[in-house]
Write a protein that binds this ligand. Sequence first.
Ligand code: ZN
Length: 217
Amino acid sequence: MYHHVGDWGPARADWAPWVVKPADFNAQLDWLVEHGYHTINLAQLTAHREQGLALPDKPIVLTFDDGWGEDTAIAQQYLAPRKMHGVFFVFTGAVGGSPYLAWPEVKALEQQGHEIQSHTVSHPDLRQLTAAQLDHELQSSKQKLEQELGHTVDAFAYPFGLQDERVVRAIREAGYHLAVLAEGGNSRMASDPLLLPRWKMEYGEGVALFAQRITAH
Ligand SMILES: [Zn+2]
């Protein structure tokens, strides 16, 4: 799980968990290439989990949360040269406003082979919402993305990774097939598809720790 790529982590201390150093990010992506990993998207993961469709060797999902405007540059500068594809979770209420992506940019990412998935409408703590608010966050974001992109959108990232049983039930009822947390490690076939863990790479965390996490059993 990534959010930002930049050298400004130390300048804004509370952002350090959400920013990865460009040098570290390059080293992490190079490590994946050197060790034979292949980026896949969540549609592929769903097809594998539900229908047994084959995945490439050493599949990995690179996710980028929130739909920040810099995502276009991340895709072009870091992913494209390595023929890697990312999954970008956008919250639809932010699209079109600064400093977030605009709809043409969201669509361009998809046309470049990346995947767009849902991250609610307004990025709330879903546990605090009424039933009606919860339905709105889950369903309107899905519908808006489907309308803009012209196909089904059925994977989800919990804002802040926060959820409870009621939220997970609502995710299932809204028609999502996969949902990802903000921490917890490597995803397994035995993992609950609506509670898939991720690794969060933070500022200054180097390639050794990255490799240790990816290869953890
Ligand atoms: Zn987020």
